[in-house]
Design a protein around this ligand. Structure first.
Ligand code: GTP
Ligand code: SPV
Ligand code: MN
Length: 579
C-alpha cells in the first residue's frame, strides 16, 4: 500500500501527503478548511445542524458515461456496451494528465472498507485524492481508517483508486477502470459516482469483475426488509436505474402500516450477493451512507429521508433559502423570495430549476430512521425476491412475476428504461438497461447474463424475480400510480407470491396480479385506473420483444442461448395469443 501511494505521489507531485484516519475530529477539521475556502457553505444551524452545501462546477454535476472506460487487454472483454481503451494507451494518455496534477495541493490517502466490519464479503479500497469534498463524502459513504486497515491486515488485498480534480474541464475528464489489475483512475471530475471511487467504480464496475471470477454478484440494487403483521421479515433486493426510485422504495413509509406492513432499510444503491451454505442468496450493503437524489423528496413522499437529512448531511447542488435552508423542486413548500439557485445566483421563476435535477444529499446510514437491525450483519440478509424496475410511461404493467429464473434473467436483461438526469445526456430517452447495470457492468454483458444464469443454477432456493413500473402515464402525462408509500401494496403482493399465496394469472409476458389481488384498501383509485395499470399492451410487447432481440444481437456468440431461447418463447406465446 505504501509503495502504491509513493508511486501515486511521484506521478502527481503533491506538496504534502495526509493519511486519513476516519475520525470525527478529522471530519470536523476538513469541514472547517472547506468553510474557509468556500468549498462548503454552512446551512442553518438551528434547523439543519452540521449540514453543509457544496456547489460543484457547473459542468460537473452528473456521471459522464461517455467519458467512462473499461480498460481490458482485449476489447472484446469489455463488450459492446462499454467504452474501451487499451490499458497501455489509457495509462499513457491519462498519465500525462496526472503528471504534476497535485502540485500546490495536498494528497489525501483514504483507506476504506466496503461492507460491514468483520464480514467475509467486505473488501478494502485505497483512494488517493486532492479533493477534500471527496474525502468528507468518503467518510460518510464508506468505513474509513481503522476498519479498513484491520481488514487489510487479514486479507492482504486492496483496490487502489487514483483521483485528481485536475481543472474540472470535461475535455480532460476520464473515468478509467483496469479490472485485470483491479485498479481505478479518475481524472477531472469531483462529482458523485465519478469521484467517490468506492461507489460505482469499485463496488460495481471492479466488483462485478471480481464477483464473476469468485462466484458472487455485485448489483445496482437496494436491499429492504418487509415486515408482515405477524412481525416476520422478508428481505428483497431491487435493481432500478439511476434516479428511478431505489432510495425511495428502500425508505418508504408504508401506506399499509395500520395493517402491520412495515419497511426497513439495509441499502439504497448497491448489493453484494453471495450464495450461502443453504443455497440461498444473501446480500450485504457495501456502503455506509446514502448519496440520494434531493428533488422530489418531501415529508409526504419520503418522510424517512427528510428526517435523516436534517442533521450531519452534505447537500450538493441544491438551492438555498435566505434563511440558510436547503430547497429543491418537490420539497413541498413554495420557493421563497431571495432563493439562491444551485449555482448560487438569485433564482427567478421561469428561469429553470432552482436545484439541479441531479442535486443530492450525503447522509450516514446509521442516521436513517428506518435502518434495519441487521444492516451490518457480517453474513448479510437472505433475499427472497429480486425486483427489476424502471421508468416506462407505456407498455410495462405495474407488476408482473417471471415464469422462472431464466425468464426472469431475460426480463431483467431486456429491461427498457427512460434515461434520467443522473448521467449527462438526453433525459427521457428509452434505452435497454440490463439489470440497471448498463453503465456499471465492468465486463462483457453477454458474459454477465451467463453469470446470472450460472448463479441461478447454483441456488437451491432462488429468489423469485419480478418486474415493477411505478411510472406508467395517462394521455395527459400524469402518473397513473400514486407511487412512494403506496408501493407497499405491490410489495405485499410480491410477498404473497413468495409465500405461494397471492393470486395471479399466467400470461405470455409472465404472471400478472388478478383483478382484486393488489390491496387497494384505503386508497382512492378507480377500478378503471387499476385496470389500465395492469393492462397489457400486446402489440407494444411484440415490438418490445423485437427491440430486445435487436439489442441482444450485438452480444454475438457471447449471448447465452438461454436468453435467445427465452425471447423465442416470449414471441411464440404472444403469437399463440393472436398478437
Ligand atoms: P440513484 O441514487 O441515482 O441510484 O437513484 P434512485 O434509484 O435511488 O432514485 P430515487 O429514489 O432517489 O428517486 C429518484 C426520483 O424518482 C426522485 O425525484 C423521486 O422523487 C422519484 N420517485 C421515486 N419513487 C417514485 C415513485 O414511486 N413514483 C414517482 N412518480 N416518482 C418516484
Ligand atoms: C447513480 O447515478 O446511480 C447514483 C449516483 O447512485 S452516483 O454516485 O453519481 O453514481
Ligand atoms: Mn445509483
Amino acid at each position: 500500500m505504501q509503495e502504491w501511494v509513493d508511486e501515486a505521489a511521484r506521478l502527481t507531485q503533491p506538496d504534502s501527503i495526509y493519511w486519513c484516519d476516519g475520525s470525527k475530529e478529522e471530519y470536523r477539521t476538513f469541514v472547517e478548511r472547506m468553510l474557509e475556502d468556500g468549498t462548503l457553505v454552512k446551512l442553518n444551524e438551528k434547523t439543519y445542524p452540521n449540514c453543509y452545501l457544496h456547489r460543484s462546477s457547473t459542468n460537473d454535476v452528473a456521471r459522464t458515461e461517455d467519458l467512462t472506460f473499461i480498460c481490458t487487454r482485449s476489447k472484446d472483454d469489455a463488450g459492446p456496451t462499454n467504452n474501451w481503451m487499451a490499458p497501455k494507451d489509457a495509462k499513457e494518455k491519462v498519465g500525462r494528465l496526472f503528471t504534476g496534477s497535485m502540485k500546490g495541493r495536498r494528497m489525501y490517502v483514504i483507506p476504506y472498507l466496503m461492507g460491514p466490519v468483520g464480514s467475509p464479503y467486505s473488501k478494502v479500497g485505497i483512494q488517493v485524492t486532492d479533493s477534500l469534498y471527496v474525502a468528507v463524502n468518503m467518510h460518510i459513504m464508506t468505513r474509513v481508517g481503522k476498519p479498513a486497515m484491520d481488514h487489510l491486515h487479514e486479507s492482504g488485498e486492496f483496490v487502489p483508486g487514483l483521483h485528481s480534480l485536475g481543472d474540472l474541464d470535461p475535455a480532460r475528464r476520464f473515468i478509467l477502470h483496469f479490472p485485470e489489475e483491479r485498479l481505478i483512475w479518475s481524472f477531472g471530475s469531483g462529482y458523485g459516482g465519478n469521484a467517490l471511487l468506492g461507489k460505482k467504480c469499485f463496488a460495481l464496475r471492479i466488483a462485478s469483475w471480481m464477483a464473476r471470477e469468485e462466484g458472487w454478484m455485485a448489483e445496482h440494487m437496494l436491499i429492504l426488509g418487509l415486515e408482515d403483521p405477524g412481525g416476520h421479515k422478508t428481505y428483497m433486493a431491487a435493481a432500478f436505474p439511476s434516479a428511478s426510485g431505489k432510495t425511495n422504495l428502500a425508505m418508504m413509509v408504508s401506506a399499509l402500516a395500520d395493517q402491520g406492513y412495515k419497511i426497513t432499510t439495509v441499502g439504497d444503491d448497491i448489493a453484494w450477493l453471495h450464495i450461502d451454505g443453504d443455497g440461498r442468496l444473501r446480500a450485504i450493503n457495501p456502503e455506509a451512507g446514502f448519496f440520494g437524489v434531493a428533488p422530489g423528496m418531501s415529508s409526504k413522499t419520503n418522510p424517512v429521508a427528510m428526517e435523516m437529512v436534517h442533521r450531519g448531511t452534505i447537500f450538493t447542488n441544491v438551492a438555498m433559502t435566505p434563511g440558510g435552508e436547503p430547497w429543491w423542486e418537490g420539497i413541498g413548500v413554495d420557493p421563497p423570495a431571495g432563493l439562491l439557485d444551485w449555482r448560487g445566483e438569485i433564482w427567478k421563476s421561469g428561469r429553470g430549476d432552482a436545484a439541479h435535477p441531479n442535486s443530492r444529499f450525503t447522509a450516514p446510514a446509521s442516521q436513517c430512521p428506518s435502518i434495519d437491525d441487521a444492516w451490518e450483519d457480517p453474513e448479510g440478509v437472505p433475499i427472497s425476491a429480486i425486483i427489476f424496475g424502471s421508468r416506462r410511461s407505456v407498455i410495462v404493467p405495474l407488476v408482473m412475476q417471471s415464469l422462472n429464473w431464466e425468464h426472469g434473467v431475460m426480463m431483467g436483461a431486456g429491461m427498457g428504461a427512460e434515461t434520467t438526469a443522473a448521467a449527462t445526456g438526453a433525459v427521457g430517452v428509452v434505452r435497454r438497461d440490463p439489470m440497471a447495470m448498463l453503465p456499471f457492468c465492468g465486463y462483457h454483458m453477454g458474459d454477465y447474463f451467463n453469470h446470472w444464469l450460472a448463479i441461478g443454477r447454483k441456488l437451491k432456493k432462488p429468489p423469485l424475480i419480478f418486474r415493477v413500473n411505478w411510472f406508467r402515464k395517462d394521455e395527459n402525462g400524469a402518473f397513473l400510480w400514486p407511487g412512494y408509500g403506496e408501493n407497499i401494496r405491490v410489495l405485499k403482493w410480491i410477498l404473497e407470491r413468495v409465500r405461494g399465496e397471492g393470486e395471479a394469472v399466467e400470461s405470455p409476458i409472465g404472471y400478472l396480479p388478478t383483478r382484486w389481488s393488489i390491496d387497494t384498501s384505503g386508497l382512492e383509485i378507480s377500478p378503471e385506473t387499476m385496470r389500465r395499470l395492469t393492462e397489457v399492451d400486446w402489440n407494444g410487447w411484440m415490438n418490445a420483444a423485437k427491440s430486445m432481440r435487436e439489442f441482444f444481437a450485438q452480444f454475438g456468440r457471447r449471448l447465452p442461448h438461454e436468453v435467445s431461447h427465452q425471447i423465442d418463447l416470449l414471441q411464440q406465446r404472444l403469437e399463440a395469443r393472436g398478437v
